[in-house]
Write a protein that binds this ligand. Structure first.
Ligand code: ADP
Ligand code: ASP
Ligand code: MG
Length: 412
């Protein structure tokens, strides 16, 4: 028999009927002979509700207590799902992240998994039980309860699949797979039958929520095949796995967008060795996740440096900037929370010139001004004003004919 890890997102377990439908599917899978480990998210939007409640009682909720609060959401869904499975006569047992042996570092609200001690899960499997694990949570090396960052149940699932040597990790969600763009923004977006680990990673890093970034990293680092699919239609979805060198790569697989970042510019810093190091060391020491960085050409020995950070880290970034401006003799700094990022991702970009030119022409045709550009070997990202983001995404999707589909056939 093989082992499957199945993860169910919030919408998949949003109410009692959904939980019962998921329970039936798990029992059916188990009935086909596979061992099943299940990872579950909090019901519906309950994590958002808990977060709101925290801000209702406190101006700056303490991170440790926030983790204690938010992990309650997954505790509710895991126990309810387990009860529904038990009703079918299938043995099952639920575990919190801590009980499941998910050990993390001590950074509350975005903890990293450092070790998985999955003995209790292995014992449950050996006893013929379906193990239900609360997603998005763990216990730190300092014995405090932690969370893995929003969307973190994907990470729990892929990490468990890696450690348990599962055949695949199935990510059940409210769309039928990874699409060529967010279907909420581009109704013509197509489901991608398959995606390489690198493409999935770039799509996650550039804003597609369907697979959390850390989970894509785990999948690639440990070679875990991931199947993203719908818990509403149960049809085959998108397989994320090692690139197949015998298959032709799509030039562009998808266009992604992200409006959760802000742009910060430090103005007129002296252009000499060590300045960038000073600026970004100060940010790193405050745990700020810097994303894109652009330095202008210098004029008269001074230059501007712009970078992007998550909106929620902007306040912290600005207080670091106050200090850094003084230390470096910069003239000042500015920020713009109203930006967005639009990216094209595709493995075939490596061997096909002209993608960037066509991207910039398309944006120009829409009168969208590009404020920053960054690239990797399989991604091009442009920072634009936030109100232009959706128009830009739709125009790029059309210009690259992504509604027509990509090279290669379907697989399931
Ligand atoms: P879950 O609660 O199941 O984890 P998420 O909300 O985290 O679900 O992720 C699924 C959502 O991601 C979809 O409803 C979709 O709107 C959004 N999304 C963004 N980009 C994409 C994309 N390229 N393909 C599919 N879905 C995407
Ligand atoms: N419940 C958590 C969240 O909403 C984790 C997850 O759903 O993956 O972010
Ligand atoms: Mg998610």
């Amino acid at each position: 028999v093989g082992l499957l890890v199945q993860k169910y997102g919030g919408t998949s377990v949003a109410d009692a009927d959904r939980i019962k439908a998921v329970a039936e599917h798990i029992v059916r899978t188990r009935g086909q002979g596979d061992d099943v480990v299940v990872v579950v998210s909090a019901m519906g939007k309950s994590t958002d509700d808990l977060e709101r409640l925290a801000h209702d009682v406190s101006q700056a909720p303490a991170a440790r207590e926030m983790d204690m609060l938010l992990t309650a959401g997954e505790r509710i869904s895991m126990s309810l799902l387990c009860m529904a499975i038990l009703d079918h006569g299938q043995r099952a047992v639920s575990f919190t992240g801590s009980q499941a042996g998910i050990v993390t570092d001590t950074v509350h609200r975005k903890a990293k998994i450092v070790e998985v001690r999955a003995d209790r899960i292995r014992e449950a499997i050996a006893a013929g039980e379906v193990a239900i694990v609360a997603g998005f949570q763990g216990v730190s090396t300092a014995r405090d309860i932690t969370t893995l960052g929003r969307g973190g149940s994907d990470t729990t699932a892929v990490a468990l699949a890696a450690v348990l040597g599962a055949e695949a990790c199935e990510i059940y969600t409210d769309v039928a797979g990874v699409y060529s763009a967010d279907p909420r923004v581009v109704p013509e977006a197509r489901r991608l039958p398959r995606l390489s680990f690198d493409e999935a990673l770039e799509m996650a890093a550039s804003g597609s929520e369907v697979l959390a970034l850390r989970s894509a990293e785990f999948a690639r680092n440990y070679g875990v095949p991931v199947h993203v699919r719908s818990s509403f239609s149960w049809e085959p979805g998108t397989w994320v796995r090692e690139e197949d060198p015998t298959m032709e790569q799509a030039i562009i697989s998808g266009v992604t967008h992200d409006t959760t970042e802000a742009k910060v510019t430090i103005e007129q810093v002296p252009d000499r060795p060590g300045i960038a190091a000073t600026v970004f060391r100060a940010l790193a020491d405050e745990d700020v996740n810097v994303d894109m960085i652009v330095q202008n050409v210098s004029t008269a020995g001074h230059t501007d440096i712009s970078f992007t950070v998550p909106n929620e880290e902007l306040a912290r970034t600005l207080s670091v900037m106050e200090k850094v401006v003084k230390e470096t003799d910069a003239s000042g700094f500015s920020n713009d929370p109203g930006i967005g990022r639009v990216s094209l991702v595709g493995a075939g970009m490596r061997t096909n010139p002209g993608v960037a030119a066509k991207m910039f022409e398309t944006l120009a045709g829409e009168k969208v001004n590009i404020e920053m550009i960054s690239t990797s070997s399989i991604r091009i990202s442009c920072v634009v004003q936030e109100p232009d983001v959706e128009r830009a995404v739709r125009a790029l999707h059309k210009a690259f004919e992504l509604e027509r589909g990509t090279a290669g056939g379907d697989e399931s």
